[in-house]
Design a binder for this molecule. Structure first.
Ligand SMILES: [Zn+2]
Length: 447
């Protein structure tokens, strides 16, 4: 059941180029032509495939390689839509799929057509290998390509969950949302997203006396709001470690090149309160680490004022509040109220995110990813990961599917930052690595 990876290298590149050449910028998406391409590729290989049309020119593709049913299915999920481009800032045609200097360029090369190509290749290769060996898997492998992820997923995973939950019946899923990061010293870690923060919108409003701007008033609502925001800028939510973040830092410490951060990671997971606090203090200086060890509060919008000569009676700021799993939003708001300590300032929940359970970082799927990684490159550390971003995996986890986020293409930070940016590209050898990783992991969990 092991394909000749050298001989499929060209096909993988061609498939990704073909996917990129469909302009699926969302809005409007227009994923249907790409969906037809997938349908043709899958059915051409004899794979059972369904094409669903949730709205005009939108689509979902569900393909299935049947196992013997002794274990529950595993889903390979990717979205077909991409975010927009500012063409003037690209050195290549963003929808051309050009190969240059060892990279494949194009909008979606990383997010998420690279994974879509790897998933597609996994299906095609599994089908070919099963045929060649007259083999049978123990669980169904279900390929799902969705629309509309970049605009909230109402016509994508949201629609599937609502209209076709039966198609999502599975024990495990692989989706986007992780990282395969090359760090200093050429060390690499593969972060498997097993849980995510929950995103909420909270309005903090200040009130005061209204009046003519010609007569300055004490208690001007704008000053009151500014004071409240100043206090919130120094407010820190309490340190909170979950199983996932503990696993993340303890395994990352084993390969982390920078000595003081490595010690801080060891301290953080030591279980000794004083060491934990000191480790947290050091790691908190790095924004991305700070964001995974406590709830986060980011002011994102200001509302208020009507004229340049009128003192408004009320003004407000919108906060994007991201809570860790199991951390109630209302408790976080109570702490913010306490920090602000001003009766003229009130907090109101505008949008409350929905909690999703974490996926088990010791499951057969997680182990299959670890084994597959070891088989390809034993030097790579596999770490569980809690993402600060929100993905479709939360919807699957709420259905009881243990979903894991991977971005199976080894990249340094600067290439990864091209995601949603200019000159998005994937290194060709990473594309090959990622395809192989998905295939090997799925084969292991389904055999
Ligand atoms: Zn994406």
């Amino acid at each position: 059941m092991s394909p000749d990876w050298l001989s499929v290298r060209g096909e993988t590149i061609e498939r990704l180029q073909a996917l990129i050449r469909f302009d699926t910028t969302n809005p409007p998406g227009n994923e249907l032509p790409l969906a037809r391409y997938l349908e043709k590729a899958l059915t051409g290989e004899g794979i059972e495939t369904q094409l669903l049309v949730p709205a005009q020119n939108r689509a979902a593709v569900i393909a299935r390689i049947r196992g013997d049913g002794s274990k529950r299915p595993v889903i390979l999920l990717a979205h077909m839509d991409v975010v927009g481009v500012e063409r003037a800032n690209w050195s290549t045609d963003p929808f051309g799929g050009e190969v240059k200097d060892g990279f494949l360029y194009g909008r979606g090369a990383i997010d998420d057509k690279g994974m879509l190509a790897a998933n597609l290749m996994t299906m095609l290769l599994l089908q070919r290998e099963l045929k060649r060996n007259a083999g049978k898997l123990r669980r169904d492998v279900v390929f799902i390509a969705t629309s509309d992820e970049e605009a909230g997923g109402d016509w994508g995973m949201g629609w599937l969950v609502e209209k076709h939950p039966d198609l999502l019946d599975a024990e495990f899923a692989l989706n986007e949302g992780g990282r395969t990061r090359i760090i200093a010293g050429d060390r690499t870690y593969l972060a498997v997203q097993s849980a995510e923060k929950i995103s909420h919108v909270v309005k903090v409003a200040a009130t005061g006396p209204a009046g003519h701007a010609a007569v300055p008033l004490r208690g001007n609502a704008i000053f009151t709001l500014a004071r409240a925001l100043e206090k919130l800028s120094r407010h820190e939510e309490p340190l909170c470690l979950t199983d996932i973040t503990t696993g993340f830092f303890s395994r990352l410490a084993a390969i982390w090149p920078e000595a003081s951060e490595r010690r801080a990671m060891e301290d953080l997971v030591s279980g000794v309160p004083l060491r934990m606090e000191s480790g947290a203090r050091i790691l908190s200086q790095t924004a991305v680490f700070n964001a995974v060890i406590r709830n986060g509060i980011s002011p994102v919008m200001l509302e208020g004022g009507i004229r340049h000569n009128v003192i408004p009676a009320s003004v407000a700021a919108l906060l994007n509040v991201r809570t860790l799993p199991g951390q109630p939003l209302d408790a976080a708001i109570a702490r913010m109220e306490h920090t602000v300590g001003d009766p003229a300032v009130t907090f109101e929940v505008i949008e409350r995110g929905i909690e999703a359970p974490a996926s088990n970082p010791q499951s057969a799927m997680f182990e299959a990813i670890e084994d597959a990684t070891r088989a390809i490159d034993p030097a790579i550390a596999v770490v569980p990961y809690l993402s600060t971003g929100v993905t479709d995996s939360a919807r699957l986890r709420r259905l009881g599917v243990q979903a894991y986020g991977v971005l199976p293409f080894p990249m340094n930070q600067s290439d990864e930052e091209r995601m949603h940016g200019h000159d998005e590209r994937v290194p060709l050898h990473s594309l090959e690595f990622g395809t192989r990783l998905i295939y090997e992991a799925v084969l292991r969990v389904a055999s």
